[in-house]
Design a binder for this molecule. Structure first.
Ligand SMILES: [Cu+2]
Length: 152
């Protein structure tokens, strides 16, 4: 049985009144104590912070840095375009070349590709596939110094 006409209209009217109260008094209408409101704010901040943002920086290879066998470090990580990759390595031992897919697969950078060798090089990820290899002979081919990263 549906209730009498009065109760049928009671709920929408109450709802409207509470919406009006929210519009008028904001969170006060939800009777949140200042302390509760603080928790809500903290929760929101945590939610926003936990998502990798544009400014997120990744140290390639973590503590080991950009070195032999680094390939695979990227697995399981989520990258977004404009994230920054930081390549830390010993200058003179390794270098970094940003390459295309073919160069990546063959470990043969084009002569025109720029080689970075400062020991601390940073690159912004582009949307889609990004490829980096070490241009020192044999390091890409034989020692796994290559990474490919798909950035959202
Ligand atoms: Cu190398």
């Amino acid at each position: 049985m549906v209730g009498n006409p009065q109760s049928m209209f009671e709920y929408p009217l109450k709802r409207l009144a509470s919406l009006r109260a929210v519009a008028k008094h904001g969170l006060d209408a939800y009777c949140l104590a200042p302390q509760q409101r603080l928790w809500v704010a903290l929760l929101l901040i945590l939610l926003l912070k936990s998502k990798p943002t544009e400014s997120h920086r990744y140290i390639v290879g973590d503590n080991e840095g950009w070195t032999y066998g680094v390939s695979g470090w990227q697995n399981g990580k989520v990258f977004y375009h404009n994230n920054v990759l930081v390549f830390n390595y010993e200058a003179g031992i390794h270098n970094v070349v940003r390459v295309n897919r073919q160069e990546y697969e063959t470990c043969q950078p084009k002569p025109s590709s720029k080689t970075y060798n400062s020991g601390h090089d940073e690159f912004k990820l582009k949307r889609g596939m990004n490829y980096f290899i070490c241009g020192v002979h044999g390091h890409c081919q034989l020692a796994g110094m290559k990474i490919s990263i798909n950035a959202h």
